[in-house]
Structure formats: structure tokens, C-alpha cells
Write a protein that binds this ligand. Structure first.
Ligand code: 4NP
Length: 156
């Protein structure tokens, strides 16, 4: 099996995809998976910024420090560099598809398609809401992280 490389993509890369990255980093480490992991945003507003303080607080509640993450925008090279690119919602997926180069090798899909019973659903954007939205984001990305580890382990 080629070494899997996973990119999580949301809009700003400061709320949802950093939490997805953190949840999957830990799940992959716990499972002893050799995998490359990153996250990015379709938008450019927050390039270079750390995760939203509410996302950092949510990660800390689960024992994870994401304060050193820095937002970046999806680059054309990502489509060739990663084996899987997971979009956090359907708008992110549509944007990713519309920008894909003709020689893209990454498989593009919706993150919650990984989770039984949540296929087709979005990880709701918590940016304009309250703290409880971040707890919901964590629940969703944690489920997806465990499902992805299970899928990658059963593939090999
Ligand atoms: P994210 O959340 O896509 O989960 O990082 C957002 C962050 C910033 C904005 C929207 C969503 N924004 O409009 O700046």
C-alpha cells in the first residue's frame, strides 16, 4: 500500500479542519498508522493565523494542543501530493472539485461519508455561533477520525 496522506479542508482552516487534523493525528498515532496529515482552507482570509481560540479551547478539552497550527490555503500541488482530500462540507467539496487540476490523483470526498449513518452530511460551520458548536464539531470529526483509521487499517 502507498503511504496514505490525508488533507482535511474547510473554508477558513481555523475551526473545523484543524480539529479534524488534531483528532485524526491522535487516532492515527494511537493505531500506530504511518500516515501524513495536514489541513487547509479553500479561502485565503486567515492564511498564517492560528486556529480560532474556541477551536484551541475545544482541542485542549481533549488533551490536544493545536496552538502552533497555522492556516494555509489549498494549493494545486495538494491534489497530487495527497492520496485523500476530505471536505468538511459540500461547499468545500464543490470548491475543491472546481479547482482540481486534470492530473489530480487525490481522492476527493465528504468527511462524514466515512461515518455510518452520516453520509452526505456536513460538519456544520461553528464560526458564527457559540462554544457549543465547537463541541459538536469535535464529536463529528472524532467519529470521522476513528472511521478513517478503521478504513485505512482494514485496507492494508
Ligand atoms: P472554518 O470556519 O471553515 O471551519 O475554519 C470558518 C472560519 C472563518 C470564516 C468562516 C468559517 N470566515 O468567514 O472568516
Amino acid at each position: 500500500m502507498t503511504r496514505p496522506s490525508i488533507l482535511f479542508v474547510c473554508l477558513g482552516n481555523i475551526c473545523r479542519s484543524p480539529l479534524a487534523e488534531a483528532a485524526f493525528r491522535r487516532a492515527a498515532e494511537d493505531a500506530g498508522l504511518d500516515v501524513q496529515i495536514d489541513s487547509a482552507g479553500t479561502g485565503d482570509w486567515h492564511i498564517g493565523a492560528p486556529p480560532d481560540p474556541r477551536a484551541q479551547a475545544e482541542a485542549r478539552r481533549h488533551g490536544l494542543d493545536i496552538s502552533f497550527y497555522r492556516a494555509r490555503q489549498v494549493a494545486i500541488e495538494d491534489y497530487r501530493r495527497f492520496t485523500h482530500i476530505f471536505a468538511l462540507d459540500e461547499n468545500n467539496l464543490a470548491d475543491l472539485r472546481s479547482r482540481a487540476p486534470s492530473d489530480a490523483s487525490a481522492r476527493l470526498s465528504l468527511l462524514l461519508d466515512l461515518v455510518d449513518g452520516m453520509e452526505g452530511q456536513a460538519v456544520a460551520d461553528p464560526y458564527f455561533g457559540g462554544d457549543e458548536g465547537f463541541a459538536e464539531t469535535w464529536r463529528d470529526v472524532q467519529r470521522a477520525a476513528l472511521a478513517l483509521v478503521r478504513d485505512l487499517t482494514s485496507d492494508s
